[in-house]
Each structure stands twice: as C-alpha cells, then as structure tokens.
Ligand binder design. Structure first.
Ligand code: NAD
Length: 293
C-alpha cells in the first residue's frame, strides 16, 4: 500500500518506520526537519502531492493549527485527495476542529479517522502504543492492519469523528491529576520528615500503587526531569480538555488546578521539562524540596 505520512517527529518517525518494515511504501513531505535517519520514503513537494500519490494519508503533527494548514491549505491534503482516500489523524488536537476536518475530507470524497495515541516515544519505538479511534466501522477495519504494527491496545471508541480525541483528552486528565496527587503526597510526607523514597516504596505495595507513582514518583525523587512527555505538550492537551469542557457545559475543577500548576512550571522555565516536574510548583508552595532543600 502507498501511505502518505506527514509529521516525522519524535512519534511519527518510529511509527512510520513500523509501516515500511511491514512492506508498505512511504510518501512524505517535510517542513524544517530533514528525513529522519534510516527511514526510506519518497519526499514530495507538499501535502497536496503526498495525497495525490497515496491510498491512505496519516498525520502526526504537533497541534490543531498544524493539522488545519496541512489538510486545508492551498497546497494541502484535501487539494490532492483521490476519491476514496482515507485520512487518519494520529496527532492530539481539538475534538471540535476534528469534526470540521472530517466533514471537509468527506466533502472532497475521502473518509476520516481520528486516532490519537498514548505511550510516548518508548511506545512508538516498541510498536506498543494505545490507539484511540473515532470514525466509521468500515474505515476502522481498513486502517486496522496499519494500526497493528504501531500499537497494542487499539480501540474504536465511537463512530463519530472526535471520539478518539475525547478519549485521549480523558487520558491526559487522568495522568495530570495522578501526577498532581503523587507530587502532593510526596511533598507532604517529605516536609513531615519522612524519606520520600521509602514512602513511595511503602505505597507501591498498597491501594495507592499506580504506574504514575512508580515512574513519575521515581522521577520526582531522583530529580530526573529530562523528557519524557514535555510540560508544554501536556499544557496543550489540558487546554483542549478545558475548552471542550466549556463547550459541553462540564466542570473540570481539578484539571483547571493541574493546568495552573503546569502554568507555574512554565513560568519557571520548565516548559520543556518532563511533566513530573509539576512537583516543583508544589515544592515552591510548600517552601520545601523533596531533595531536602
Ligand atoms: P514533534 O514536534 O516531535 O513532531 C512533529 C513533526 O511534524 C515535526 O517533525 C515537524 O517538522 C512536523 N511538521 C510540522 N508541520 C509540518 C508541515 N507543515 N509539513 C510537514 N511536517 C510538519 O511532535 P511529537 O512529539 O512527535 O508529537 C506529535 C503529536 O503526538 C502531538 O500532537 C503530540 O501531542 C502527540 N503525542 C506525543 C507524545 C510524546 O510523548 N511526544 C505522546 C503521545 C501523543
């Protein structure tokens, strides 16, 4: 199959690699970054030329305006869409804009899936991503052989476009609030005089055990804040959750608080730190650092 793949960054490059390893031919276009080392692909002039040359087009771009530009621009994917082409957006973007993009692709004779992922760079490299999909069942069935080399837990969340993006934002809410809970508990115990490493070790055997306590708790104690998943990307995702919630009439009080703590980290120059660095906002409020400061 000829697959157009636009957005060969941290996540997209290894994901595209799994598709070529499966015998598919890759077509892409680049903006500032060169073709990632080791990836075999034809480089087209622009997204329009990528679409003209592909049966399926996959996007893995940073944010909503990037997807809008690549899809709807004068030399965008829609301008070059062949009848019946399936467009799969695997970026994390606005669920509301997603419904509009899907409508525009359908009006041009194509079909659309939103399929954001969770699992980070490690999951992208290992082909073990969680893939959350919104769109028609027949499009999901068509895309499944391409999802399988990239992911392990692949779910059609709903048949409306945007369902995958909503599910991804729910994931980001749970992760942010868990990081906040772990950070708050460790700062509390540490200021009371307990060794946070021993507190984490004890809690890992009880009801409060979690993947976040294990991985991010360890990072907080070891002061290991190299990303991982960057604060600025999590801020983007929480902003999408909060704006969608406002449209839906849903209150997300603790998501709003977590976002404020991320904002505080950002103001302290931690935009590109791992999201476990959220603990530093709480340390500052408690005037106490886990490292004993
Ligand atoms: P990234 O910034 O590393 O990669 C984005 C790529 O898109 C870059 O290579 C950039 O050059 C390319 N690009 C941007 N505009 C383009 C254009 N007009 N034409 C061609 N290429 C263009 O970002 P990433 O970390 O790979 O994340 C991609 C998406 O996946 C984001 O929506 C992010 O929120 C989501 N995500 C990231 C992670 C993670 O751990 N990094 C995990 C899950 C989901």
């Amino acid at each position: 199959m000829r697959i157009g793949f636009i957005g060969l960054g941290v996540m997209g490059a290894p994901m595209a690699g799994h598709l070529t390893a499966g015998g598919n031919t890759l077509v892409t276009c680049l903006n500032r970054s060169p073709l990632p080392e080791g990836l075999v692909a034809t480089v087209a002039q622009n997204p329009c030329a990528v679409a003209r040359d592909s049966d399926i087009v996959i996007l893995m771009l940073p944010d909503t305006p990037d997807v809008e530009r690549v899809l709807m621009g004068a030399d965008g994917v829609i301008a070059g869409l062949n009848p019946g082409t399936l467009v799969i957006d695997m970026s994390t973007i606005s669920p509301i804009a997603t419904a509009q993009f899907a409508e525009a692709v359908r009006a041009a004779g194509g079909s659309y899936l939103d399929a954001p992922v969770s699992g980070g760079e490690v999951g992208a490299k290992a082909g073990s991503l969680t893939i959350m999909v919104g769109g028609a069942e027949e499009d999901f069935a068509r895309a499944l052989p391409l999802f399988q080399p990239m992911g392990k837990n692949i779910t059609l969340v709903g048949t409306a476009n945007g369902a995958g993006q909503i599910c991804k934002l729910a994931n980001q809410i749970i992760v942010a609030l868990n990081i906040e809970a772990v950070a708050e508990a460790l700062v509390f115990a540490s200021k009371a005089g307990c060794d946070p490493a021993r507190v984490r070790q004890a809690l890992m055997g009880g009801f409060a055990a979690s993947r976040i306590l294990e991985v991010h708790g360890e990072r907080m104690i070891a002061r290991s804040f190299d990303p991982g998943f960057r604060i600025r990307l999590h801020q983007k995702d929480l902003a999408l959750a909060l704006s969608s919630a406002r449209e839906l009439g849903v209150a997300l009080p603790n998501t709003a608080t977590a976002q404020e703590l991320m904002n505080s980290c950002s103001a302290k120059g931690l935009r590109d730190a791992d999201h476990s660095a959220l603990v530093q906002a709480l340390e500052s409020m408690a005037d106490h650092a886990l490292s004993g400061g």
